[in-house]
Design a protein around this ligand. Structure first.
Ligand code: MN
Length: 710
């Protein structure tokens, strides 16, 4: 990781090694141009500035980028830091290079702050730059990598800030773009800057491990090489060492000490064809027993960043675990260079087909940033997306879908289409009905059951894992809450108008417009929604609409008697309000009631004597008078607590009394205490208070019953 000093000749040799017909003159000109532009500027440690653009261009050559990108790397700080203008670069080096340098200049203005909002905003800009031309981002990565390599020259505070930004933003993107070597180097450099003690400790431990295992791994290598020759399979065996941050992450994630990380060192075999990868795997497994559960076929099912390889761990000679990675030269190239390796095969400005997966990831992210207006949600989505662990599941038609580990049928439904997600009511996995929170496994076939009348539930947010599902559910809930609070608000204000004998047309009047202005509310719909949310009370608003009149003893307005045809509650004469009864006090018809306007979920009905009402009363704007609409058939749930002597058959006799009066039991729980008492809790469906008190009396007369209460 030590910084190497690059001069233009070294750079040119590097470029020629993979682009024999590269335009050398252009590279030389760009070098001279940049050198003159930066003039006497120095880097913070005192060296001539040109060393930085040269180093950046050299990193781009390590990524095997095309000549325009290398040239742009040489020029990347000119517009930003010197008098050179974009026009001068365009005149001298053409449109393509000028575009790249300008893109960089825009990006360099982005500073990620620790504040999440600013971070998300900048991330968006980065994504947009990336979607215009990926090469801009690759230059940015090269720039960042060189800055990280020379981080020690910066003041302490700045080091920390840059390192954590690198770890949080740059490394995950590098991972997703498959540029393995850049990602690991960025991670290790950040790790070193952020946690120097831990880092140094790991460096020592890894060196020691290497020393201990060296002769052992050499032995294994020679056995494998020998065997490959015998079988006539081409293959080169080399060692690989897991990068420090990777080891640290594994220790954190599995909560294990360094000593228990077995794959710090491993062997890698590079061969020519896919078929030979499997042949070598078979060979290794015939030499040594594989450790169960450690074989991974990333060739058959590549990782989402297109990483391909076979991984297996075997019990090697002497009972030691040895990890093998087996892959072709091309797969190795992709593992190291990712999207950059595809760049070489592309026609001018066109990506090859394999790059589509990187691009589709980008597109999804950009989509997500449009939909998730909340900066934090967006950042979570971005960070959530970079977890590369995936499973593969099938649609009933046999199409394969990649999903993050932990995905549920709901995630799957949203991955098909947001309408499928929104209408999802159930799922079949491998032909069997499963709950929506079921965690899908690799290879499952998933069929989604939908119903046109269903909508998402807030509870889904507790188990979905994909940002897409989360985003769509939140979006739907927000819209739905808005709709409901607008409806509720309108009903509340209309009822309030009626109480004051105001014609409802007043809501559309000039006068109303004046009130809206007075309350700084921009539309009538917003006003309804505020009332529905309990932010403003209907009473407050209507008061402002009333003609000024002397204070008088206003008689308490009588609630209008509602019609009797169906079940429900009414709020001061308003019908069809969205409501639910509180689970703390289970009010039933006949009880005194009070309603509490919730934030976007309609009205919760409590008994007037419910202890929670006191707690809610702090906000009277949200308390509303409600009353039941009588209905002979409808029932409401009620909780009944019974204390009885703990003896056999008590539950049976209770049940038979309850059903004798035609009351349904929807739930019953029994707890026995040490002093031979039973506490029985029933949830019953009763029509009204009269029915309940009749039943309570009957129960109280039963032998063994000590106490009955709600
Ligand atoms: Mn720079």
């Amino acid at each position: 990781m030590e910084e190497e000093l690059v001069d233009i000749d070294i750079l040119i040799r590097k470029v020629l090694s993979y682009t024999p017909d590269a335009d050398i003159e252009l590279l030389k000109q760009a070098h001279i141009f940049s050198n003159e532009a930066h003039g006497t500027q120095r880097r913070i440690e005192g060296s001539p500035f040109i060393e930085h653009p040269l180093a950046v261009a050299s990193i781009l050559a390590d990524m095997k980028m095309d000549v325009p990108t290398i040239v742009a790397g040489l020029l990347h700080d000119t517009i930003e830091d010197t008098n050179i203008t974009a026009k001068q670069i365009r005149d001298r080096f053409g449109k393509e290079i000028a575009f790249l340098v300008e893109g960089l200049t825009k990006l360099s203005k982005i500073e990620f702050s620790t504040k999440e909002e600013a971070q998300a905003e900048n991330f968006r800009k980065m994504l947009l730059a990336m979607s215009e031309d990926l090469r801009v981002i690759l230059i940015k990565f090269a720039d960042r990598l060189h800055n990280m390599r020379t981080l020690q020259y910066l003041p302490e505070g700045k080091q920390q800030r840059i390192a954590s930004e690198t770890l949080e933003i740059y490394a995950p993107i590098a991972n997703r773009l498959g540029i393995g070597w850049v990602r690991t180097e960025l991670e290790d450099l950040s790790f070193k800057a952020l946690m120097p003690d831990l880092y140094n400790d790991l460096v020592r431990k890894v060196a020691k491990r290497k020393e201990e295992q060296e002769s052992y791994l050499r032995e294994v290598t020679s056995i494998v090489t020998e065997k490959l020759k015998e079988e006539g399979i081409p293959g080169k065996v080399s060692w690989r060492i897991k990068h420090y941050y990777g080891i640290y992450q594994k220790m954190q994630k599995q909560e294990i000490p360094f000593e228990q990380v077995h794959d710090v060192l491993g062997l890698r075999i590079i061969t020519d064809t896919k078929a030979n990868c499997y042949a070598i795997l078979g060979m290794i497994h015939s030499l040594w027993a594989p450790v169960p559960g450690r074989f991974k076929d990333y060739i058959g099912v590549p990782k989402s960043n297109m990483y391909q390889s076979l991984h297996t761990t075997v019990i090697g000679p002497g009972g030691e675990r040895v990890e093998f990675q087996i892959r072709t030269t091309e797969m190795n190239m992709i593992a190291e260079h990712g999207i950059a390796s595809h760049w070489r095969y592309k026609e001018k400005g066109k990506m090859d087909e394999k790059s589509d997966r990187y691009i589709s990831w980008l597109r999804e992210l950009i989509q997500a940033q449009r939909e998730l207006s909340d900066a934090k949600d967006f950042l979570d989505a971005v960070k959530g997306e970079v977890v590369p662990e995936v499973i593969y599941v099938f649609t009933p038609k046999g199409e394969i879908k990649e999903m993050p580990v932990g995905s549920t049928p709901v995630d799957f439904a949203y991955s098909i289409h947001s309408e499928v997600g929104n209408k999802c009511v159930g799922a079949k996995v491998n032909g069997r009905i499963v709950p929506l929170r079921f965690v899908l496994r690799n290879g499952d076939t998933v069929e989604i059951l939908t119903s046109p009348t269903q909508g998402p539930s807030r509870d889904w947010l507790k188990f979905v894992v994909t940002p897409r599902a989360k985003g769509r559910i939140k979006q739907w809930i927000k819209a739905e809450e808005r709709k409901q609070s607008v409806e509720l608000g309108q009903k509340l204000i209309e009822a309030e108008c009626r109480r004051h004998d105001l014609n409802l047309s007043v809501l559309k009047s000039e006068e109303m417009q004046r009130v809206l202005k007075l309350l700084s509310v921009s539309s009538l719909e917003d006003l309804f929604s505020f009332i529905g949310h309990g932010k403003i009370s209907a009473h407050q608003v209507v008061n402002k609409l009333l003609p000024e009149k002397p204070e008088e003893e206003a008689p308490v307005p009588k609630a209008v008697k509602p019609p009797k045809e169906h079940k429900g509650i009414s709020i001061k004469g308003t019908d069809n309000v969205l409501y639910h009864t509180a689970r703390c006090c289970y009010p039933i018809p006949g009880d005194g009631l009070i309603g509490f306007v919730t934030r976007g979920r309609g009205v919760t009905i409590h008994r007037r004597d419910c202890p929670n009402v006191d707690r809610l009363a702090f906000d009277d704007a949200r308390l509303v008078d409600v009353e039941w609409k009588a209905s002979p058939d409808a029932t409401s749930p009620v909780k009944l607590l019974i204390e009885a002597v703990d003896k056999p058959g008590i539950l049976a006799s209770l049940s038979s009394v309850i059903s004798s009066v035609n009351v349904n039991i929807s739930n019953a729980t029994v707890n026995s205490t040490e002093d031979k008492k039973s506490h029985i809790t029933f949830i019953l469906e009763v029509t009204d208070k009269g029915q309940l008190s009749g039943l309570t009396q009957k129960i109280a007369q039963l032998e063994g019953v000590l106490k009955v209460s709600r």
